[in-house]
Design a protein. Structure first.
Length: 412
């Protein structure tokens, strides 16, 4: 069954939830697409598919997605990028009881030959009552599916997963956990939490820890592995309804107290469904995020050279009809590539730019023009050698598919 969450970005002129006041948008003509540097790549995905997830491997990339066979049955599929071409897709599993949503989608990761994905499986008839179920494949073995990540047993919301390779062959996972919300609706009696755990190559879950007992209820999480250890970033929720981005770090075996990476001071009585993205090399960390203080939407970027203990002053990426849905690649300690979405009337564009730590920008590139509907979801971006690959959901007359492309690094 497909369900749609409350508090969503719904169109070019409805930036936030229907529960919130809608800000006025500027009417600005859309820039031309930079066709000469965007190289279209034949997609392995059939129509009726959406929710892409991209992940770089040692020799290429992985792309996972959800294909809806009919109104009640869906399948999770993936394909591997090898020698610059997508290989034949494979089906991981199918189900008729999944929670399928434009903002809370399956992810894929690989570590030392072990593949890990997840789906969201309904746990009751309540709309927002679902569990995170993992799927694990080691080397050439068959998939082991529907492995439990959490064992609280509550009929509540669990999702917005981030998974990363960790240690020799395990994975670090963080997610939003609604075990204390009291039910499968968005009139929560309790608060949304964020948790983290480690998943071994055999599927065993260890070090399940509560990171924060009150967070925004439906913004994507992000994480990175620094030399000091994992860091987790997410949208917080204070008692005063300030929903800025915070970080917590695993230092000497203990998680630090969450702290704001920058005090935007965005007060909003509803979830904007717009999480941050982070990437790290050694202890250099970069974070991109969306905010809309005073109904002024912006995408921002910030650097840290000590694994997130301190952050430099933020760099403004976009303030022209930005709707966020950011992604980020840290190229080296001085340079990042940031992607985001902007809307123009009833259309949207996926844009990308290279940014130096000093604040110097390359020319913005329009990766794709697409509808501004929430059905287009969250565009994905990853680095494979000297190319930046993209995947996004394209919707034409209510029929969705996934398109892919790449840009050579030298073209930024």
């Amino acid at each position: 069954m497909k369900v749609i969450k409350c508090a969503v970005l719904v169109s070019a002129i409805t930036l936030f939830s229907a529960c919130n006041e809608v800000p006025k948008k500027k009417e600005i003509a859309a820039p031309e697409v930079e066709k000469e540097v965007v190289n279209q790549l034949e997609s392995p995905v059939e129509t009726g598919s959406s929710l892409p997830s991209l992940f770089s491997t040692d020799d290429g990339a992985l792309l996972s997605w959800v294909h809806e066979i009919n109104d009640s049955l869906a399948e999770l599929k993936y394909a591997r990028l090898s020698d610059g071409q997508w290989q034949k897709p494979e089906t991981i599993l199918e189900g008729s009881d999944w929670f399928i949503n434009w903002a809370d989608f399956p992810t894929i990761s690989e570590n030392n030959g072990n593949l890990l994905t997840h789906i969201l499986k309904k746990s009751s008839k309540e709309t927002f009552s679902y569990d995170i179920e993992m799927n694990l494949k080691s080397d050439d073995a068959t998939w082991r599916t529907n492995l439990s990540l959490h064992t609280d047993g509550t009929k509540t919301e669990h999702g917005f997963v981030t998974m990363l390779p960790f240690k020799e062959d395990s994975f670090f996972i963080t997610w939003l956990d609604g075990r204390n919300t009291g039910g499968g609706g968005h009139g929560h009696e309790g608060e949304m939490n964020i948790r983290a755990a480690e998943v071994a190559a055999d599927g065993a879950v260890s070090n399940d820890m509560l990171l924060d007992d009150k967070t925004c209820s439906c913004c994507q999480t992000t994480a990175a592995i620094t030399d000091n250890g994992p860091v987790v970033l997410y949208r917080d929720r204070t008692d005063a309804e300030i929903r800025d981005i915070v970080i917590t770090r695993l230092v000497n075996g203990k998680w630090t107290e969450p702290k704001f990476i920058f005090n935007d001071g965005w007060e909003i009585k509803g979830c904007p469904v717009n999480g941050p993205k982070a990437d790290a090399i050694n202890n250099d960390l970069a974070v991109a995020w969306f905010t809309a203080v005073n109904n002024e939407p912006k995408v921002k970027l910030v650097f840290s050279s000590d694994g997130g203990e301190k952050f430099e002053a933020p760099i403004l990426i976009s303030e022209t009809n930005a709707v966020g849905r950011v992604d980020l690649i840290l190229l080296d300690r001085e340079n990042v590539i940031v992607s985001w979405m902007e809307t123009f009337d009833k259309e949207a564009q996926v844009k990308v730019v290279k940014v130096n730590r000093s604040g110097k920008f390359s020319k913005e590139i329009v990766v794709a023009s697409l509808g501004a509907s929430r059905k287009t979801g969250f565009p994905q971006m990853t680095l494979v050698k000297d190319k930046v690959y993209f995947a996004w959901t394209d919707v034409v007359e209510d029929t969705s598919t996934i398109k892919t492309a790449f840009i050579n690094l030298e073209d930024f």
